[in-house]
Ligand binder design. Structure first.
Ligand SMILES: NC(=O)c1ccc[n+]([C@@H]2O[C@H](COP(=O)([O-])OP(=O)(O)OC[C@H]3O[C@@H](n4cnc5c(N)ncnc54)[C@H](O)[C@@H]3O)[C@@H](O)[C@H]2O)c1
Length: 339
């Protein structure tokens, strides 16, 4: 059993990881400023897992004193670091906000960990660090060519953590490069709650299905892919959450550091995802073919072999599971009962 502090533990991926950790017998402490999550998430986690009194600290990761006090009050063996801002467009509009929240925030967190002698960390990185890859599947040793400020902050955060591991300040570290997380817990009790217009495809599709948005814009149908639309590696958030638990157990047991892709290794096109969603939900998604967006690439999917080889993780859920669970979550929030 490991006791772990989850920064951003009330958020989308953090909350699912809390469930996965508790199911595997670990203890979690949540630290979140609730800037992008709902305050009743910890209570929902308690109902979902049957675990009472999950400690919750409302604090900003940039507040070293508060994080240090939280670690002193709740001694942990490791931190899983989710807390960050994550919108590419916003990062280009306000770079300093992203440097401050993501990079300075991570430095402050690492200082608090050092002050409390917590020397193991699992970090939420992103496949966005590969930028425009030469080809897919993308292995971990592909060049990193960040294309935007958000991606830059992720790469700097990875480097900070790798440097501390290399110099022995951290005992064990995992930089996890997520591909495209989608879906929700099958209970429909936790899921993604994007504010405003969703940046990602699946939340947008679910909002078209509820009637909140009239149609889905498909940005480009003339890519060099089987149906002309962009191909991505969608990964069910429940699979992703389980990967965190396995990565944590691996680095804690072996005191090692690694950087690893988390994807299914299977590319799914926009049209394939939409058709799977329509099949899974019985709802039609009207489409509008729009011009390509600058910076988008035709295909982007993981070589996921390292995660399988090193800590025995493979995605188990497919695109149908992703669509069914995304819809169950969104429909429940929208008060739709025909599922
Ligand atoms: N969702 C994706 O598509 C995706 C893909 C790749 C990587 N990531 C990374 O995974 C991590 C989690 O993403 P998510 O989708 O769960 O996002 P999310 O916004 O749902 O979760 C982040 C959580 O961190 C909290 N938070 C933000 N800034 C904070 C701060 N300064 N102090 C304390 N808490 C703070 C938010 O309130 C939220 O609960 C992020 O680091 C993100 O960059 C996400």
């Amino acid at each position: 059993m490991t006791r772990v502090l989850l920064t951003g533990g009330a958020g989308y991926i953090g909350s699912h990881t809390a469930v996965a950790l508790i199911e595997r017998g670990h203890e979690v402490v949540i630290l979140d400023n609730f800037a992008n999550s709902e305050r009743d998430v910890p209570a929902r986690l308690e109902r979902l897992t049957g675990r009472a009194n999950i400690p919750v600290i409302e604090a900003d990761i940039r507040d070293t004193g508060a994080v240090s006090a939280a670690l002193a009050a709740h001694p942990v063996e490791a931190v899983i670091h989710f807390a960050a801002l994550k919108a590419v467009g916003e990062s280009e509009a306000d770079p300093l906000l992203y440097y401050d929240m993501n990079i300075i925030g991570t430095i402050r967190l690492l200082q608090a960990m050092q002050a409390q002698n917590v020397r193991r960390i699992v970090f939420s990185s992103s496949a966005t660090v590969y930028g425009q890859p030469d080809s897919s599947p993308i292995p971990e040793d592909a060049p990193t060519r960040v294309q935007n400020i958000y991606g830059r902050t992720k790469l700097v955060m990875e480097d900070l953590i790798s440097d501390l591991a290399r110099t022995g300040k951290l005992q064990a570290a995992a930089n996890l490069r997520y591909f495209n997380p989608v879906g929700a817990h099958p209970s429909a009790m936790i899921g993604e709650t994007p504010r405003g217009v969703p940046n990602n495809l699946m939340p947008y599709v679910t909002q078209v299905a509820t009637g909140e948005r009239p149609h889905l814009n498909v940005f480009g149908n003339d890519y060099d892919t089987p149906d002309g639309t962009g191909v991505r590696d969608y990964i069910h958030v429940v699979d992703l959450a389980r990967a965190h638990a396995l990565a944590l157990e691996h680095i804690c047991a072996n005191d090692v550091s690694l950087t690893v892709n988390l994807g299914t290794g299977t590319g799914i096109s926009v049209l394939e995802l939409v058709r799977a969603f329509e099949r899974a939900t019985g709802r039609e998604i009207p489409l509008n073919i729009a011009p390509r967006r600058p910076g988008d690439v035709a295909s982007y999917y993981a070589n996921p072999d390292m995660a399988a080889r090193v800590f025995g993780w493979q995605a188990a859920l497919d695109v149908n599971d992703m669509c069914r669970d995304s819809w169950a979550w969104q429909a429940r929030r929208a008060g739709i009962n025909d599922i």
